[in-house]
Design a protein around this ligand. Structure first.
Ligand SMILES: *Cc1c(COP(=O)(O)O)cnc(C)c1O
Length: 409
């Protein structure tokens, strides 16, 4: 490589859509247009004294890819600029981000207050791992401010929630819950996977930390796993960085490169997916085979007014309930499978946020372990269907849903 160029300085005040394409890029001496991929584990030192200085922390440079890598740093910087956060750390998966964001803050005796409706692996971390380590979690129905107030009348270390929640799209009042959490001494961590960085900015709403599964809308094309934690500098370049660098769930530079390119089209993709999702949600509302549709930007959503204050669109996921035995696990499964198996375009998958539309029966997959009563508590019936809307022509999606709804059961 010839002499590296100085960091190209972008004009001030660029908007997120522009930062998604331009942010975080540091060109090498080859003046390449597209971001380079530094597929390297390590780095060499011109002199022994440079290695010593790096280890003393006197020289700011790359030392080992578990710590940092130029391509991964470019991804972190791009996402950081879009989110408007002070700092960002990329992780191997979304769960590494979720786990580390809390694990670096808690110890035996700590207290976490969390939303009840959450991603399955997040619940497992809280219920099985953290409980065994002497860390208590108190759950609340996350749409209910009174429950948050009650739980946060006692001091807490961490408040963790998803908004909208998976799959029933409950919304958390981020400013009010953040206020209550801060009064209780807690750090507020938001899993912003469903809303994406495009639709919702939790840090501006009062939260402290945002976590992502980049596997979902950030890649959005079903290729690589990834995650990220964003927040204040003293937290990210403090306990979080120490935890991640030394426990090891680092993002692969190859995945970081893929995600850097994915971010360039994220805004376009997510907006198009939201438009289609709203059209699909409205169409489903008019169908006699569907008894309930949950989508944040439908007027029928119980928290529609709050959603409009927090999100610039309704998101890419629609949940709905099919007619039939909604409270009977066997009958509900039979009815739901008839619908799923009649689809010919939309894929049956437990993933979401993809360019390809995906459909899930939560009761037999993502929320099987929760059990019947656990599902009832978070409003998931035995005929609830989760639909992740992709980039296909929405008319073809409606034709496919028509096929599904026409299936006998
Ligand atoms: C997928 C997902 C995660 C976990 O992300 P992985 O990349 O699969 O580890 C966490 N939270 C939510 C809301 C998710 O949808």
């Amino acid at each position: 490589m010839s002499d590296p160029q100085p960091r190209s300085s972008l004009p001030e005040g660029l908007r997120p859509g522009t930062l998604a394409v331009r942010g975080g890029q540091e060109r090498t001496g080859f003046h390449e247009i597209s971001e380079p991929l530094f597929l390297t584990q390590g780095y060499s030192y011109p002199r022994a004294a440079d290695a010593e200085a790096a280890f003393l922390g006197e020289l700011d440079r790359f030392t080992y890819t578990r710590y940092s890598n130029p391509t991964t740093s470019a991804f972190e910087e791009r996402l950081r600029l879009i989110e408007g956060a002070e700092a960002c750390f990329a992780t191997a998966t979304g769960m590494a981000a979720v786990f580390a964001s809390m694990a670096c803050l808690v110890k035996a005796g700590s207290r976490i207050v969390a939303g009840r409706a959450m991603f399955g692996s997040t619940l497992l971390v809280l219920d099985e791992l953290f409980t065994g380590w002497g860390i208590e979690t108190v759950y609340v129905d996350a749409h209910d401010n009174a429950q948050w107030a009650k739980a946060l009348a006692t001091p807490a270390d961490v408040v963790f929630f998803e908004t909208p929640s998976n799959p029933m799209q409950d919304i958390v009042d981020v400013p009010e819950v953040s206020r209550l959490a801060h009064a209780a001494g807690a750090v507020v961590i938001v899993d912003n996977v469903f809303a994406t960085p495009v639709l919702q900015r939790p840090l501006e709403l009062g939260a402290d930390v945002v976590v992502y599964s980049a596997t979902k809308h950030i890649d959005g094309q079903g290729r690589v796993m990834g995650g990220a934690v964003l927040g204040p500098r003293d937290y990210i370049v403090g306990p979080l960085q120490t935890f991640l660098r030394n426990t090891g769930p680092t993002m692969s530079p190859f995945n970081a490169w893929t995600l850097l390119k994915s971010i360039e089209t994220m805004d376009l993709r997510v907006h198009r997916q939201c438009e289609s999702a709203l059209a699909v949600a409205r169409w489903l509302e008019d169908r006699s085979e569907v008894t309930q549709v949950r989508y944040p930007y439908l007027e029928s959503h119980p928290q529609h007014e709050l959603v409009k204050l927090q999100q610039s669109a309704g998101g890419t996921v629609v949940a709905f309930t099919l007619d039939g035995p909604a409270d009977d696990p066997e009958g509900g499964k039979h009815r739901s499978f008839a619908f799923l198996d009649a689809l010919r375009l939309i894929d049956i998958s437990n993933n979401l946020g993809d360019a390809k539309s995906l459909v899930t029966h939560p009761a037999t997959t993502t929320h099987m372990k929760t059990g019947f009563s656990g599902r009832q508590r978070v409003g998931i019936s035995e005929t609830t269907i989760r639909l992740s809307i992709g980039l296909e022509d929405p008319r073809d999606l409606l034709d496919d849903l028509e096929r599904g709804l026409a299936a006998g059961w």
